[in-house]
Design a protein around this ligand. Structure first.
Ligand code: SF4
Length: 341
């Protein structure tokens, strides 16, 4: 990158290394339920428990990977944490402030600090707007002024995410999927947020460009001292990105540990099954694949006891009666399984 461009975007860089260990986001017993209505009077007859009970603590500057099969509630959790969805119960704290019930201008102001990168970059970009306008729009919304005022800043940002300078004057359809995701990342960065929730940011992309976008996110995370909540269904994708990993099953967190530890020593039978399914680059490594039987049960009617018991290869009689709680088994390693209680 040219020195001039570096200088232009230097002011975008957020450096706050002294506070890397402090908590940025804390989530306590978060629930997000959707009511099911039925009968003649459309009365509530039940709930879809998309997020049943999640507690998390994201440290400033870390990347936390949230993984699980589709339908496990991870995307709903991401959107509820960012307050795009209203929580049903539980608490969310951002920089120590309770943001669970923020509304109006306070909620709007929160958008400066918490941004999202979505799975489908094309659907999240207005096809009728030029890229320069797309990336400048959130800045104008918060700070006022004209596009011209922020043009140099936005061009520097576009270059930083790997787009050419003339991208400013082009439309989203003129770019490839990977480039569109770079536009989405530039838009998310425009307000210099503290937290980015990236919801399956590479799963719609060709395998060949996935690693480029992942590397870019990793670089930006360090350069901007971002805290990143990285949501994915693929454990092998989050491994290279994350400092810590949380595994979700049927709206619940079932295991949380450091990225290395969870791969080397997975405790929960579900995590063990997910890790056993990752192809090993070394053919001499013949660890046995654990096949998960059946599908994820409906969150409308989750199993009694441990939500994983109908599919668990280590299930015991008490697993269909008692619901395990997330408990620490090693420092920083929490598991929700009766085998460890
Ligand atoms: Fe399996 Fe029982 Fe542990 Fe649930 S509590 S994961 S069913 S062993």
């Amino acid at each position: 990158m040219a020195q001039e461009t570096r200088d232009k975007h230097e002011h975008l860089v957020r450096v706050d290394s002294s506070s890397e260990k402090e908590s940025l986001l804390k989530v306590d017993n978060l629930q997000k339920y959707y009511p099911i209505k039925g009968g003649f009077f459309r009365r509530k007859i039940g709930d879809v428990k998309a997020v049943d009970n999640i507690s998390l603590d994201l440290k400033r500057g870390e990347t936390f990977g949230l993984v699980g099969e589709s339908g496990c509630g991870k995307s709903t959790a991401g959107r509820t944490i960012t307050r795009l969805f209203k929580p049903t119960a539980g608490k969310i704290f951002f920089e120590g402030k309770d943001i669970t019930n923020l509304r109006g201008s306070e909620l709007r102001n929160l958008r400066q600090d918490i941004q999202m990168v979505f799975q489908d970059p094309y659907a999240s970009l207005n096809p009728k707007m030029m890229v320069g306008s797309i990336v400048t729009e959130p800045i104008i919304n918060f700070k006022g002024g004209s596009e011209k005022k922020y043009k140099d800043e936005v061009i520097a940002l576009l270059e930083r995410v790997g787009l050419p300078e003339d991208a400013y004057y082009k439309y989203p359809h003129e770019f490839s999927g990977g480039q569109r995701q770079r536009i989405g990342i530039a838009r998310a960065l425009a307000l210099k947020p503290k937290l980015i929730v990236a919801d399956e940011p590479v799963s719609a992309l060709d395998v060949s460009v996935q690693s480029q976008v992942l590397n870019l996110l990793k670089e930006l995370q360090q350069e901007f001292n971002l805290t990143l909540l990285f949501i994915a269904h693929d454990l092998s994708v989050v491994k290279h990105m994350s400092d810590r990993i949380g595994v979700m099953y049927l709206g619940n967190l079932v295991e949380v540990a450091g990225a290395e530890e969870i791969y080397q020593d997975p405790k929960h039978p579900y995590t063990q099954a997910l890790i056993s399914a990752i192809p090993m680059p070394d053919p001499r490594n013949k660890s046995k694949r654990i096949i998960l039987s059946g599908d994820v049960p409906s969150p409308q009617n989750p199993p009694v006891g441990c939500p994983f018991h109908p599919r668990c290869h280590k299930a015991m009689p008490e697993c269909s009666e008692k619901k395990p709680q997330l408990k620490e088994v090693n420092p920083g390693h929490r598991v929700s399984c009766l085998l460890y209680e």
